[in-house]
Design a protein around this ligand. Structure first.
Ligand SMILES: [Zn+2]
Length: 440
């Protein structure tokens, strides 16, 4: 009955009303063998988490006896921690590049929504209870966010950026199509801009389509079908206009940036974070520190993009760029970590496979972070950047909770196999298995 009502509401585009099955009513006790309630601090021993109406109510030492009407979840053999946050995914992007190239021109927005729905569930079941979607069709990610929050479909909390702002011919532009298709596609696009005023308009268009964060392409990218390299593409004045406009609407701004000139210009213009950051030198590190901007390295992405390009799945112009980015990325990431740049967790899933998000942890540790720092980046620190009550198991926060076997603080790859996933108090995975939704 309730589900039918929500489905009807979806059709109108109105997602008003109280969240239904996405949040669990009632009280649940979790008995946790070890509990990393506040990433960055030492984990606790045997503990009890009390959850009421989808939120953390209390954390107690030892295994407390539940109230008579409460459910109990036994995770005494597990390591329990907050749900993970991925700051850079593309849920509506098919991670099978060859298939998407073959079928892409036949797909409509409805087809893309179905792809996004599948990717959302995979991502949640991998332990990622919140994601920032940094580019796709604005309506698709907005509708996906609302449908998940209303309990119509299963997925993580989505913070959408709408479509990435780009200059004509840039990384988010319409490139490599014939003349007829270029005109047709460009006519529908709201993200392409040239000149500061035009770029302010593109930002406002994303916001009007539901963007909660703004992303722009400061430089070229591996996946665009132009042989233009990875250098700066947007002018200083355009970047400043994008950033100031987004800030005036209370939105944070993140920049896709590979080449140093583009990263530096975005940092000077006041951007809140940089995605990828493939070419970072000591001067760039200083600029990061001066503005306290964050780096979202997405280390799995250049590796995945290079694999695809070498296999021949990507169009010709991409191979040289993929080689260039992959060769420089690891050293730049290590330099940023050594220089104490604020690093957040992000994967660029869509380029890398959806559901394999946790593979990023091992690369963060390889680049110089401790497992504890990498986990904090994917929980508490990303939560702070998003300004959301998630990322820690503390009273008042969302009951977004996962569990793994072993100790991820000793071996961070333990997070690649998540056994238990709860989002807003609803259990979506237990003993490594998908749980019925809505819960029985
Ligand atoms: Zn991306």
């Amino acid at each position: 009955m309730r589900m039918i009502w929500v489905a009807a509401a979806l059709g109108t585009g109105l997602m008003a009303g109280t969240p239904l099955a996405a949040e669990a009513p009632g009280t649940t006790y979790i008995h946790a063998g070890r509990l990393l309630d506040q990433p960055g601090r030492e984990p606790r021993g045997p503990s009890t988490i009390v959850i009421r109406d989808g939120k953390i109510a209390e954390v107690r030492d030892g295994y407390a006896t539940p109230e008579s009407d409460a459910k109990t979840i036994d995770l005494k053999d597990s390591f329990v921690l907050p749900g993970l946050i991925d700051m850079h995914v593309h849920l509506s992007v098919d991670d099978n590049l060859l298939r998407s190239r073959l079928e892409g021109s036949g797909r409509d927005v409805e087809d893309i929504f179905v792809i996004a729905q599948g990717n959302a569930r995979k991502t949640l079941e991998a332990g990622f209870t919140t994601v920032r979607d940094l580019g796709g069709d604005g309506r698709t990610t907005g509708t996906l966010r609302d449908a998940i929050n209303s309990g119509v479909i299963v997925g993580p909390t989505v913070i959408p950026a709408g479509t990435m702002i780009s200059v004509t011919g840039g990384h988010g532009g319409v490139n490599g199509l014939n003349r007829t298709l270029t005109h047709a596609v460009a006519a529908e696009r709201t993200n392409i801009c040239d000149g500061p005023d035009s770029c302010a308009g593109a930002v406002r268009a994303q916001i009007s389509l539901g963007a909660e964060v703004i992303k722009f392409a400061a430089t070229g990218g591996v996946r665009s079908n132009v042989a233009g390299g990875l250098g700066k593409q947007m002018s200083d004045a355009e970047m400043k206009s994008v950033i100031d406009t987004a800030h005036s609407f209370g939105r944070k701004v993140t920049a896709h940036a590979h080449g140093k000139e583009g990263i530096d210009a975005a940092l000077r213009a006041g951007v809140d974070s940089i995605e990828h950051g493939s070419f970072i030198d000591d001067e760039t590190v200083k600029l990061f520190k001066a503005s306290n901007a964050a780096l979202v390295p997405t280390a799995v992405a250049p590796i995945a993009a290079l694999d695809q390009a070498r296999r021949g799945d990507a169009p010709g112009p991409q191979l040289a760029k993929a080689e260039e980015a992959a060769a420089a990325h690891a050293a730049s990431m290590a330099r940023a970590i050594k220089g104490n740049v604020r690093v957040l967790f992000g994967t660029d899933s869509g380029v890398a496979p959806h559901g394999d998000n946790a593979r990023e942890f091992a690369l963060m540790v390889k680049a110089g972070m401790t497992p504890a720092q990498a986990i904090k980046a994917a929980t508490l620190d990303s939560a702070a950047e998003l300004g959301r009550p998630i990322g820690a198991i503390l009273p008042g926060r969302e009951a977004d909770i996962i569990a793994v076997g072993g100790d991820p603080l000793a071996d961070v790859t333990r997070l690649e196999k998540v056994d238990f996933v709860m989002r807003r108090g609803v259990v979506h995975k237990a003993d490594g298995k998908r749980q019925p939704f809505p819960p029985e």
